[in-house]
Design a protein around this ligand. Structure first.
Ligand SMILES: Nc1ncnc2c1ncn2[C@@H]1O[C@H](COP(=O)(O)OP(=O)(O)O)[C@@H](O)[C@H]1O
Ligand SMILES: [Mg+2]
Length: 218
């Protein structure tokens, strides 16, 4: 899947300048970078939630996209209904409720969930419908370690089994090392590094990436 170069500015400030880049089908690509690096902006532009400068289409129209924003909200209904309302079907809903440990919470009102429970429900909802490109913005940031591991396993399986491409935005180097096949490293709105996770996350080319790994890697 190939994407053209684009920029995103707010006012006079360009917060993201991306060159051409590509994502491989069926693989998990982590987007790493410090706070403010432009990770969510990349996710939003690819998801079509905000336009790129110039308004050009970055993701081709034939590519179906699923998107979980960094801040997601429950619909005012039960957890199970939050999944069913996507139209993805009962069987898929029950599979996902079970896979993310949500079955006991299925009849609760979603608005009353804890932060970590809400994050699990939001992820399940984002996985309800098939798509070619799935964009998840810090999906596990509010989860405890046990849920995080469940979620990571589910995401890896989903990509392998369905050929979906996953763009996984995370500030966690550990998460990227556990789950990613490929990685992008953003620094101050620039794409500094792109390639197999084994290289980018362990033997990067750029000093900025090395500094990030030294800081978060221990
Ligand atoms: N709607 C907006 N208006 C102005 N600046 C924004 C807006 N959204 C994001 N930014 C700025 O763009 C930069 C990148 O933000 P973001 O992509 O959210 O970073 P990250 O997700 O990597 O933490 C930040 O400096 C942020 O303040
Ligand atoms: Mg962000």
């Amino acid at each position: 899947m190939n994407f053209p170069a684009f920029q995103k500015s707010y006012g006079r400030r360009t917060v993201l300048a991306m060159p051409d880049f590509a994502l491989e089908p069926g693989r998990v690509c982590a987007v790493l970078g410090a706070n403010g690096a432009g990770k969510s902006t990349l996710a939003k532009v690819l998801a079509g939630a905000v336009p790129a400068d110039g308004g050009q289409r970055v993701v081709p129209a034939r590519v179906t996209v699923g998107y979980l924003p960094q801040r997601s909200f429950p619909f005012r209904m039960t957890v199970r209904q939050n999944l069913l309302v996507t139209g993805g079907g009962r069987q898929r809903a029950e599979e996902l409720l079970s896979a993310l440990g949500l079955s006991p919470l299925a009849d609760r009102r979603a608005a009353l969930l804890s932060g970590g429970e809400l994050a699990r429900m939001s992820l399940a909802r984002a996985l309800m419908r098939p798509c070619r490109l799935l964009i998840l913005d810090e999906p596990t940031a509010a989860m405890d370690m046990e849920s995080t591991v469940l979620a990571e396993g589910l995401l890896q399986r989903t990509c392998r089994e369905t050929g979906r491409t996953l763009l996984l935005v995370t500030h966690s180097l550990q998460q990227a090392r556990r789950t990613a096949d490929d990685a992008l490293f953003l620094h101050r709105g620039r794409l500094l590094e792109q390639g197999p996770a084994g290289r980018v996350l362990y033997q990067p080319d750029r000093p900025e990436t090395k500094e990030f790994l030294d800081f978060y890697g221990s």
